[in-house]
Design a protein. Structure first.
Length: 479
């Protein structure tokens, strides 16, 4: 076996980190064994919190490109190849905050969406790691790293909570919303930021203000309900078919379980710091109390909850960078978002695909890695930020907190006169159209186009670098 071209350390063994490890092994068949991957996971095994993963068309194309579709297809119902581009019902929108609810919009899109049990999804990814190129290390929580001062190509030093340290050539932080990699990166990168507001560059203070997550003003009660238990109460309950409203529900594990995520929001708290535990176990009565007066199907669903936990929904501000030197951030470490687009896992998978493509590119060596990471940043960071913003807006739309539809959160009598009913339904349908407009990137854009843009940008920068002898140090146009 020939020695590796370089080593990649991935800190974080969640969906983001495992997807990247798989991409690095499967996209580098021509350079087999030339990239060695070490995954450092803080837990004692690969594990995921939360229950559901929603996958739209773009990340599913990545799963297919990486040869994962067959195994993942065993975990949920997937349209046939012939049927994949046809419209499928993705979810129903239903106003349920009164005794009699009303369905007002169906989202029907190519392929619909796929829903997975998160632990099953992660276990499938873990089973696809290549042991000849990838080594997994557990109980390894990164604390900090340092860049070499002796030589620009000397190893990066990683330091872990257990007091041990190791080295790598490339570091990827896939360590989530509270990423230690991100904190260390920004402390180092801010030293390189030129404080010059005259040409629009970030000041050091503004730069560092983006490093910590902020509270979205929402909490989510998460629970799993057994289908057979709900079926005994109401065999025609919509939760067994498709998600609706804000409670969000969708089936997982081939419909045997129902993932329940019930949101409560305080819009005036958006952007503040959450006081208390981010995740806390709570009793069912606390959850039920939040939905007093909602329609009977909601009450039936919540009566089936046996155990629930309350999650503060935090998100990142727009990061100014997601790479520095030979270090990159991906997934929630780069663009942690609210869950209202169902795209957090999908964006991590897309990051892995594009970053994996660039690191395994024939032009990529240890001396060109920094340029490859800048091309990744140029394409993936703006995309992640855009989806962050869209997810925030969707949350407002779902709860009628968008100023365009704010009056719809008031109770109304579904049995009012026909004219009044039609006025309300027309406004509700306008909410549905706004949600579709905000979400349609998920089925009208193509991940392969973004991948191609990243590759072309990288190749152009390498050519420019060979002519000028200067490395790319910041993002320029990606067009």
């Amino acid at each position: 076996m020939s020695p590796p071209t370089f080593t990649v350390a991935i800190c974080g063994g969640g969906i983001a980190g495992l997807s990247l490890a798989i991409a690095l092994s499967r996209l580098s068949l021509e350079k087999k064994d030339h990239i060695r991957v070490d995954i450092y996971e803080a837990a004692h095994e690969f594990t995921e919190v939360g229950a559901g993963v929603v996958m739209w068309r773009r990340p599913w194309k990545v799963m297919k490109a990486l040869g994962l579709a067959e195994e993942l297809g065993k975990l949920c119902e997937v349209p046939s190849v012939q049927d994949e581009d046809n419209p499928h019902l993705a979810f129903k929108m239903r106003k349920s905050d009164s005794k009699e609810g009303v369905s007002f919009y169906d989202l029907t899109v190519p392929m619909g969406n796929l829903t997975f049990h998160r632990a099953e999804f992660l276990n499938c990814l873990a089973g696809q790691l290549d042991p000849t190129t990838t080594t997994s290390h557990f109980s390894k929580r990164l604390v900090s790293y340092s860049l070499p001062s002796s030589s620009p190509l000397a190893p990066i030093i990683l330091r872990f909570q257990d007091g041990q340290s190791t080295t790598c050539d490339v570091l990827v932080g896939a360590d989530g919303i509270h990423s230690a990699t991100r904190h260390a990166m920004f402390e180092l990168a801010v030293k390189d930021v030129e404080v010059d507001s005259g040409d629009g560059r970030k000041t050091a203070e503004t730069f560092l203000n983006t490093v910590d997550p902020v509270w979205s003003g929402s909490v989510a009660y998460r629970a799993i309900v057994a289908r057979d238990k709900l079926e005994k109460i109401n065999p025609n309950h919509r939760a067994m078919l498709i998600p609706h409203n804000h409670i969000i529900v969708f089936p997982i594990s081939h419909g045997r379980l129902i993932n329940v995520v019930a949101f409560c929001s305080w819009p005036d708290k958006d952007g503040t710091t959450f006081e208390g535990k981010i995740v806390e176990e709570c009793n069912r009565e606390e959850l039920i109390e939040q939905y007093v007066g909602w329609e009977e199907e909601v009450q039936q669903l919540l009566q089936c909850v046996e155990k629930t936990s309350r999650w503060a929904i935090n998100a990142l501000r727009d990061l100014p960078i997601s790479t520095h030197d030979r270090v990159a951030l991906m997934g929630d470490a780069a663009h942690a978002m609210t869950p209202h687009q169902g795209s957090g896992a999908g964006q991590a998978i897309e990051d892995a695909y594009i970053l994996g493509t660039l690191l395994t590119h024939p032009l990529t060596t240890l001396s060109t890695v920094k340029t490859a990471l800048k091309a990744y940043e140029a394409v993936c960071l703006p995309m992640g930020i855009d989806i962050q913003r869209r997810s925030w807006l969707n949350g407002k739309l779902y709860e009628f907190a968008d100023p365009r539809f704010a009056s719809l959160d008031l109770d109304y009598d579904i049995n009012e006169g026909t004219q009044q009913r039609e006025i309300v339904l027309d406004r509700l349908k306008a909410v549905g159209r706004a949600v579709i407009e905000n979400r349609k990137w998920a089925w009208t854009t193509n991940i392969e186009d973004d991948r191609e843009r990243a590759v072309k940008l990288y190749e152009k920068w390498i050519r420019d670098q060979s002519h000028t002898g200067r490395e790319v140090t910041r993002i320029t146009s990606v067009d």
